[in-house]
Design a protein around this ligand. Structure first.
Ligand SMILES: N[C@@H](CCOP(=O)(O)O)C(=O)O
Length: 430
């Protein structure tokens, strides 16, 4: 498979080059030259298949010829070794629980797949790789966990100071070893901008052999389509269901769109946003207006200029009318997030996290009579303990993993959002 840049001013590259470069020089995003549709018989045969088996079938054309079938088989088996259950929250609403991986958020799927792909490529390349990643909460922990102790790989995580939850911060600042955390005075978009600038800085990217572990990297983004396929295979009449996706950097929902383009029977998408609602506003007006980032209770979605927006346009051939036929937007503000968590718990017993709550509220408002809906529960509620306490009026019980994590010592380096400071810091770490 070849990959082109969404800005169409860079050369086409192979899977391996796209993964390692992460970002084309023309500042676009890599995108597969063709999207292989699976035939109806293959999809029927996958009905009771495991996640790794679904993943193998979906990824096999995308990784050729850089990974052999046997390498890909090992990668998906190792990366997708946890459950992604579909749970009925109420009569017509289901939750796709994406928080059963090692860091309790959906990012584990892509981070583990990417880590294992890079592990394969590193076998033939003696140079050390530096992974740069910006996080608004969950990506950082998943990447730290996925790459911890991997030889020949150094990970540098940038996160906005004071704007991730305590548990998320512990996940990305306490491992040590090959993982370094930089605490940036700014917001997620500042962190993301620093990372992108570093990739386009020839001196740095050559010296440090930089690779991204955000969803701009195709090997982080594309495997997220696997759980949408598993949803399509598990849920009766998934093609009629409304799929509510809590959205921040838009890697998650665009991966769902990718699965749909591969012919998995999936319904329409509802992109669910917190106050950082650039895409829901775009879907209403066809105007993409970036506003300053606002800190919200659904902090992992505090993104004002989502990286994957160009992929969303690409998936609908840049045709606004086609896009809005299949995708609509929904926005929920902080007070309503709390109310939704409380009300859902009272009425159904289901505990929503603040991000899932936006998806759930979107379904409550938009589902038609007799229609079924599914929302993606993107992270474990305990990752947002203070918000949960505010909403439920009582503390959530701390699972053992969270108690252990909270006892660990945070280690991070504070920095401004100035590129020159970041660059000097990176040079010193090499
Ligand atoms: N929501 C993210 C922000 C980065 O998104 P990514 O999918 O591009 O890594 C987070 O939790 O860090």
């Amino acid at each position: 498979m070849k990959y082109f840049s969404t800005n169409r001013e860079s050369n086409e590259v192979s899977f391996k080059e796209a993964v390692i470069n992460s970002l084309p020089a023309d500042k676009g995003l890599y995108f597969p030259k063709s999207i292989p549709a699976l035939d109806a018989r293959t999809i029927v045969n996958l009905k009771d298949a495991s996640l790794p088996a679904i993943g193998f079938e979906m990824m096999k054309d995308f990784v050729q010829p850089d990974l052999t079938k046997s390498q890909l088989k090992d990668i998906v088996e190792d990366a997708l070794s946890f459950e992604i259950p579909l749970v009925q929250a109420e009569e017509n609403i289901f939750s796709l629980e994406l928080f059963h991986g090692p860091t309790y958020a959906f990012k584990d799927v892509g981070a583990r797949f990417l880590a294992r792909c890079l592990g394969e490529f590193a076998k033939k390349d003696a140079r050390e790789t530096t992974i740069l990643v910006a996080t608004s909460g969950d990506t950082g922990g998943a990447v730290a966990n996925g790459f911890y102790g991997v030889e020949g790989v150094k990970v540098i995580i940038l996160y906005p100071s004071g704007k991730v939850s305590d548990l998320q911060e512990k996940q990305l600042t306490t491992l040590g070893g090959n993982i370094t955390a930089l605490e940036v005075e700014g917001d997620f978009d500042d962190c993301q901008a620093l990372v992108k600038q570093a990739f386009l800085d020839k001196e740095l990217s050559e010296k440090l052999n930089l690779t991204s572990a955000n969803s701009i990297n195709i090997a982080r983004w594309m495997p997220q389509s696997i759980y949408y396929a598993s949803l399509a295979l598990k849920m009766q009449n998934a093609e009629e269901a409304l799929i509510a996706v809590p959205s921040g950097n838009y890697g998650n929902v665009t991966a769902g769109m990718l699965a749909k383009r591969m012919s998995f029977p999936l319904g329409k998408f509802l992109v669910c946003s917190n106050a950082n609602d650039v895409v829901p506003r775009y879907l209403e007006s066809c105007e993409y207006e970036v506003l300053p980032t606002v800190a919200t209770y659904a902090n992992a979605m505090d993104v004002s200029n989502p990286s994957n927006f160009p992929r969303m346009l690409e998936l609908y051939d840049h045709t606004f009318d086609d896009l809005i036929q299949d995708v609509s937007g929904f926005t929920l503000h902080d007070e309503q997030i709390l109310e939704t968590i409380e009300q859902c718990h009272k009425e159904t017993g289901y505990v929503l996290d603040p991000h899932g709550a936006i998806g759930y509220a979107g379904l409550k408002e938009r589902l038609k009579i007799d229609q079924q809906g599914v929302f993606l529960e993107t992270a474990h509620p305990i990752k947002f303990a203070p918000v949960m306490e505010k909403a439920l009026g009582e503390k959530l019980e701390m699972p053992e993993f969270a108690e252990d994590l909270m006892l660990k010592q945070k280690k991070s380096t504070k920095m401004s959002s100035e590129y020159s400071e970041f660059k000097n810091l990176l040079k010193r770490t090499s």
